[in-house]
Design a protein around this ligand. Structure first.
Ligand code: UDP
Length: 353
């Protein structure tokens, strides 16, 4: 049972149990939406919310990172890889969407430092195939998953959209390159866009959660320890210039990310937006929150810094709030961790495929 135990209000609870019903729909009209990476962690929850808001959805995913069972049953599923130009041209032409939401990407900071080629080829090169497919099929709008990693190690905190973008890893650089390409496609091909610079996506819906085949993210790795699947979690770096020496991140619930994407489908919305809650939590604080909410001991091991990690990333998301009318429903770290813990407890081995 969801409910008081989670600290979620009744409306929130109902929303998670049933998804967003027609009553709560934030769009005026149904759209055909093509979602790349819709079998992945953030994509699966966004598709769920799109369907509950009344949209008709095609999911395009190569299932290398994604899972077939994470595709909402009411979505049309196309298995394909946008590295193959003809495949994505054909898939978009067949779906004839009004909008594309583009999640499919490699998104691991650490891996991008050891294999930059993978990041530039997929996140930039293959992404251009998708943009060309949008232009060829007359798609009006693309909503793009960018990242706070495009800012690098910012000098000002919290971080708003006017900060200089100076990535410190190839992952952030690949996303920044794509942001710039989007601006050119808008100028030269009339392809409108919204690019969201996510801070740290976390949490789960009742049905869909976080299952990476190789898990590198902090919260699921801590919860694996709580489940007894891992002996300890590593703390990467304890000598950062932060109060407890560990990195600080701004965690945002994936259902709140999903809502921003739905708002961005409105034709008048355009531009770059940060999505975060404006609260920063250190690695040690996240471990403590997981320990308290799971009621299980969490062993940790202090290790060296992970290359490419900025010490502190905290969002100023006022622009999304005022311009998009975005209202996070699950801004508390406790809500985020509790929903993640609920999902991991019920799905200790993740998705079956
Ligand atoms: N982190 C950690 N141990 C882990 C995974 C991550 O200490 O097992 C740290 C990581 O160095 C970063 C923060 O937790 O400072 C969040 O990392 P994550 O990989 O979840 O997201 P990122 O910020 O890289 O997008």
């Amino acid at each position: 049972m969801l409910g008081k135990r989670e600290g979620l209000g009744e409306k929130s609870t109902q929303r998670f149990r049933d998804g967003i019903g027609g009553k709560e729909s934030v769009v005026d009209e149904q759209m055909k939406v093509f979602v790349t990476g819709g079998a992945g962690y953030i994509g699966s929850v966004c598709v769920e919310e799109l369907i509950h808001a009344g949209h008709s959805v095609t999911v395009f995913d190569n299932l290398i990172e994604g899972h077939r069972s994470a595709v909402h049953p009411e979505a049309t599923f196309v298995q394909g890889d946008f590295n193959d130009r003809q495949v994505i041209l054909d898939a978009v032409a067949l779906a004839q969407p009004e909008a594309v939401i583009h999640f499919a990407a490699h998104a691991l900071v650490g891996e991008s430092m050891s294999n930059p080629s993978k990041y530039f080829r997929n996140n930039v090169g293959a992404g251009i195939n998708l943009l060309d497919a949008c232009v060829a099929s007359g798609v009006g709008k693309i909503v793009f998953s960018s990242t706070c990693a495009t800012y690098g190690s910012p000098e000002r905190m919290p971080m708003d959209e006017s900060l200089l973008q100076k990535p410190v890893n190839p992952y952030g650089e690949s996303k920044l390159m794509f942001e710039r390409i989007l601006a050119w496609y808008r100028e030269l091909h009339d392809l409108e866009f919204v690019a969201f610079r996510y801070f740290n996506a976390a949490g789960a819906s009742v049905r869909f959660g976080e299952h990476h085949r190789v898990e590198t993210h902090l919260i699921p790795n801590i919860l694996k320890v709580a489940l007894g699947q891992k002996e300890s979690v590593a703390i990467f770096g304890t000598d950062y210039p932060t109060p407890d020496g560990t990195c600080i991140r701004d965690y945002i619930h994936i259902a709140d990310l999903a809502q921003a994407h739905i708002l961005a489908l409105k034709p008048e919305q355009t531009g770059f937006y940060n999505l975060g809650n404006g609260g920063g939590f250190s690695v040690r604080e996240v471990i403590e929150t997981c320990r308290r909410l799971s009621g299980r001991p969490i062993r940790f091991v202090e290790q060296d810094r992970r290359p490419g990690d900025p010490p502190r990333l905290v969002a100023a998301a006022g622009k999304a709030i005022s311009e998009l009318g975005w209202k996070p429903q699950y801004p508390q770290l406790d809500q985020i961790v509790q929903t993640a813990w609920n999902w991991h407890r019920i799905h200790p081995d993740g998705y079956p495929d």
